[in-house]
Ligand binder design. Structure first.
Ligand SMILES: [Zn+2]
Length: 451
């Protein structure tokens, strides 16, 4: 008995509601949809459209905290003759599979295409180490099979459905779940593996299959409602205010702008908690914050409130590494200078770059300039190049490093001409004016102190 309880508590919840990774952008609501004029003989012409209208809207009707809307746009005459469901950006519903697209045993199939428009990322509700990425749907068509007989909801209620018949409303409500972005609560594989052991998952509209002649799936259960509300319920995101930079040198002031959807901002009980990632927070709706320490900062918000349709809700959103605050490039800990070098062979030396890279992105430009008698000999854009000086002599080497925090240049003089001088270094002075001109940035020369 104890062992059973232990299992129940620790079994991974891998098979409750799932998403396809596609959803409709609320900016395109109501989502338009069309009928092909390839009708099924099972149902009257009017009913064929009406039942789909009911089914697509079931997801808003039964999950009122979800902000969903769709609008029927009419029949596409003769469209099915040109072939099949396709990514023509017109969401079209087909009866009797006119192009023979579905596998024989599939009662209905939803064909959805993502756009390249990134919607958001969501931490997987069952595995917090996994992040799921969502894109906006560009086109979604549903094709109902010709191999089954479809019955009206009333006929199913009255026991007139028989044999291998199905409630079209039940099938369509499931398919429109896919249309909106829901995946199966449990798939066939999960069931066969014994992983689908919660009655809510099996009774969900989004269970992978359903019984004959049943209206059960016409309405959503709690699992379906949770899943669709995660997609279309209260949602908040943010960006930087217009014209504000989120990459720059410290102190870096960043002004944020909250964007909410399905959130009642006028309700008065909306609470917004910002976490700026550096240990500070704010409850303003559009705060500004000054970062004083270099770093890459993950910014997050928690929005909580209540509304008539949602009751109490809470929504978290985070953008990893959203703000980058930098200092001008400087030597890494344990180094006094920005670079040193080692003799390799002949007139070739290995440059050793010692710049601090602890904050990713704070050094994004690198250039080595080699001067002889104040004349530029060569420039190399590489992190730590081998430089062939070509001939013995005295050279000034300047390393220029740039990033969001500014530019640093540092030089030294190297006497080329033998192994013995390979490790000696003296501060450069000859090239002070030159690299400033080359970069056009007026950077100051930082003198290398011999370690
Ligand atoms: Zn399905």
């Amino acid at each position: 008995m104890n062992a059973l309880i232990f299992l129940a508590l620790t079994a991974p919840q891998a098979h409750a509601w799932q998403h396809t990774g596609m959803l409709w952008n609320r900016d395109v609501f109501p989502v338009p949809w069309y009928m092909s004029d390839h009708e099924t003989k099972d149902l009257s012409s009017d009913y064929q459209v009406d039942v789909l209208d009911t089914s697509i809207n079931a997801w808003e009707r039964d999950a009122p905290c979800s902000e969903l809307s769709a609008e029927y746009m009419g029949v596409r005459k003769g469209h099915w003759k040109s072939g099949s469901s396709s990514s023509d950006l017109l969401n079209t519903m087909y009866y009797d599979d006119p192009a023979g697209q579905n596998a024989d045993e599939a009662i209905g199939v939803t064909y959805s295409m993502p756009s390249s428009d990134f919607a958001f990322e969501m931490r997987d509700p069952y595995d917090p180490t996994v992040t799921n990425f969502y894109y906006y749907t560009s086109d979604s068509d549903i094709v109902f099979s010709a191999n089954y007989t479809f019955y009206t909801t009333d006929d199913v209620d009255q026991g007139l459905c028989q044999g291998n018949g199905y409630s079209i409303e039940a099938i369509a409500t499931h398919e429109f779940g896919h249309f909106w972005g829901m995946d199966h609560s449990c798939g066939q594989d999960d069931v066969e593996a014994g992983d689908c052991n919660d009655p809510d998952w099996i009774s969900a509209t989004m269970f992978w299959t359903g019984p004959n002649c049943s209206n059960e799936a016409n309405s959503l259960n709690s699992d379906d409602i949770q899943g669709i509300t995660a997609l279309y319920g209260p949602f908040a995101t943010f960006d930087v205010a217009k014209g504000v930079d989120k990459f720059g040198g410290v102190p870096l002031e960043v002004c944020f702008q909250l964007e909410t959807k399905g959130v009642d901002e006028a309700g008065g009980d909306l609470v917004i908690e910002w976490n700026f990632g550096d240990g500070t927070s704010s409850s303003d709706s559009d705060p500004c914050h000054t970062y004083t320490e270099k770093g890459q900062y993950t910014v997050s918000i928690t929005v909580t409130g209540t509304s008539d349709s949602c009751g109490e809700y809470s929504y978290d959103y985070r953008k990893p590494a959203f703000v980058l605050a930098c200092e001008a490039p400087q030597p890494a800990v344990d180094f006094d200078g920005m670079f040193s070098y080692e003799w390799v062979e002949g007139n070739t030396y290995q440059m050793l770059n010692q710049a601090d890279l602890t904050v990713y992105g704070c050094v994004d430009q690198v250039q080595w300039d080699v001067f002889k008698d104040n004349v530029l000999q060569q420039s190399v854009n590489a992190w730590a190049p081998k430089i062939d000086f070509g001939a013995p002599g005295k050279y000034d080497i300047v390393l220029n490093l740039g990033g969001p925090g500014g530019v640093t240049a540092e030089g030294l003089t190297l006497t080329v001409g033998g192994e013995g001088t390979g490790c000696s270094a003296a501060p450069a002075s000859a090239s002070v004016g030159l690299f400033g001109l080359l970069l056009g940035l007026g950077a100051a020369l930082r003198r290398r102190r011999k370690a």
